[in-house]
Design a protein around this ligand. Structure first.
Ligand SMILES: Nc1ncnc2c1ncn2[C@@H]1O[C@H](COP(=O)(O)OP(=O)(O)OP(=O)(O)O)[C@@H](O)[C@H]1O
Length: 514
């Protein structure tokens, strides 16, 4: 069978640093092919080369549908050659309608004056119907749910492939980590769409850190390790442990660590009457060193809690007590929270937690410039030394503080953000999806760092819809439903399965199996 896409001998060097080394990859027609590897293993670089955003080093070869294609791909031409990419940020314009977004690529190439919007909407509706989607072409993208936005971007990418001129097969759709921003229940909806796409003959290259998802949706997978090909596997025939071992070169720790929370100690943190942002009068408290998980279905209110406690959502009411200091949340602001020893590590690190164009050293030392370094003027030597030490401690790869943060892979950038706040020895750590985009091996490092902070007495609140993460990390999990705490899971009750079941039952009662 002629491969839908074949890449051979792909290498890439940045300033003397070889990040891809003689990688080869073949994707069959109608196949969902996984691309796996630790943070910084070279997945995005490979995709950027396949999508024509980046040149490969000399010697690389690319065949699409058996036809040799000259590298580098001409800028903006990858779709006409049969490769379409959907990145995590989706590249939709929120203020435009669905149909306008669907036509974005084509508008640039055609005479827009001659466009009939009525006809375009009807065609768009017919396309959505073909894929079994119920999305109004006239709706504004900003009003769509996360899963609807993802599906619009994916269908647009596939349709743009269908318009290409070359006759070399139905093409390859690259999905670059499409699921981390989606609630778990919507992942199935997305997978149904992926199955429909491959049933129509196209192939999909699926990049993900979620091993269970990879085993569910892909047929085979290529694994990169340190920029080299670690292997190509039949995912259905491979166990979870085998895949993890190929990715990180070792096995993960088997069990969740036993809770270290001292029973019966007075609460260190107490939240009372928390209301606003979809939350309706919630009370809970935390023991010193406790890691409390918050979860639920999207819209159940759990997603807002850490931002409300940090003072980042206006019109929040209730109180937050840390040890013997009580703050009315109506008066909380991020600056006051930081001064009181509360830190927030947000989910959207690119927009809210880091400045990509600044060096890693500047990003990571920002909260401690006056405390740990010279208060009156910035000396880069000590700043670099501190950044280097933190990079080592948190496993940032490559550990080069002078590089811009944006040159790090997604997962390594997240480690920098976590290091930046944990070094401040906070009393309360607020986390929103702390290991989104972080690979399975590095997750252990991040979890260890968070547990290290709890040993120093910090309390942690972790909001997440990643049930596996909650099961590995938390001493207790509160499952939200309709703005309130619907169920509480403790100790042995906590597992990925039990959290998923409790969420899906509307959090009205504990799972039968418990
Ligand atoms: N423009 C660049 N300049 C310098 N180094 C870069 C650049 N882009 C990527 N790198 C380096 O190349 C290596 C591979 O990065 P890449 O983003 O491909 O990894 P990845 O496997 O996609 O990681 P993640 O899972 O974290 O997204 C990393 O060490 C990264 O720092």
């Amino acid at each position: 069978m002629t491969a839908a896409l074949q890449a051979r001998h792909v290498s890439k060097t940045f300033g003397g640093n070889r990040v891809l080394d003689d990688v080869s990859l073949a994707i069959e027609p109608g196949e969902v092919h996984g691309l796996l590897g630790q943070n910084g293993s070279g997945k995005s670089t490979l995709i950027k080369i396949l999508a024509g955003y980046q040149d490969a080093d000399p010697g690389a070869e690319l065949l699409i549908g058996g036809h040799r294609v000259a590298l580098p791909l001409p800028s903006g031409q990858s779709q006409s050659l049969g490769i379409s990419t959907v990145h995590q940020h989706l590249a939709l314009i929120p203020s435009l309608s669905v149909v306008e977004n669907m036509l974005l690529g084509r508008l640039g190439r055609s005479n827009a004056m001659a466009l009939s919007w009525r006809k375009a909407r009807a065609e768009c509706a017919a396309v959505f119907q073909r894929y079994g989607l119920e999305i109004d072409p006239a709706a504004t993208v900003s009003g769509l749910s996360a899963i609807e936005r993802a599906m619009v971007a994916i269908v647009r990418a596939v349709e743009d492939l269908g318009l290409r001129s070359s006759g070399s097969g139905p093409g390859v759709l690259i999905l670059d980590e499409p699921t981390p921003f989606l609630p778990k229940q919507d992942v199935e909806t997305l997978f149904a769409l992926v199955r429909r796409i491959v049933a129509r003959g196209a192939s999909v290259l699926f990049v993900s850190h979620d091993i269970d998802e990879v085993r569910e949706i892909t047929d085979r997978a290529t694994v990169l390790r340190d920029g080299r090909l670690a292997g190509t596997i039949d995912t259905k025939a491979s166990s979870r442990d085998e895949i993890i071992k190929l990715i990180i070169g070792r096995a993960l720790r088997a069990d969740r660590p036993a809770s270290e929370v001292a029973q019966g100690a007075p609460a260190k943190v107490a939240v009372t009457g928390l209301s606003g942002g979809g939350v309706k009068g919630v009370d809970f408290d935390l023991q010193p060193g406790e890691i409390l998980g918050l979860t639920g279905l999207l819209g159940s209110g759990f997603e807002s809690v850490v931002y409300m406690l940090y003072g980042a959502i206006p019109r929040t009411t209730g109180t937050l007590r840390i040890e013997d200091e009580t703050t009315p949340l109506a008066e909380a602001t991020p600056a006051r929270s930081i001064a009181a020893g509360t830190v927030l590590i947000p989910g959207d690190r690119n927009a809210r937690a880091a400045i990509g164009i600044l060096p890693i050293a500047d990003n990571v030392t920002m909260p401690v410039l006056s405390r740990k370094l010279n208060k009156w003027f910035v000396r880069r030597g000590p700043m670099h030394q501190l950044a280097q030490d933190l990079g080592r401690q948190f496993g940032v790869v490559p550990n080069r503080p002078e590089q811009p943060l944006s040159s790090l892979s997604g997962g390594n950038a997240q480690k920098v953000v976590i290091a930046k706040w944990l070094q401040t020895d906070p009393r309360l750590i607020l986390l929103d999806e702390p290991t989104q985009g972080v690979d399975v091996g590095a997750r252990e490092l991040v979890f260890d760092a968070i547990r290290g902070a709890t040993r120093k007495g910090a309390a942690v609140i972790c909001a997440s819809s990643d049930y596996e993460q909650l099961a590995m990390l938390c001493d207790r999990v509160l499952v939200f439903a309709d703005g309130r705490v619907g169920a509480e899971l403790n100790g042995e009750q906590i597992s990925k399965q039990s959290i998923a079941e409790t969420c899906l039952r509307g959090a009205s009662k504990l799972p039968d199996a418990l």
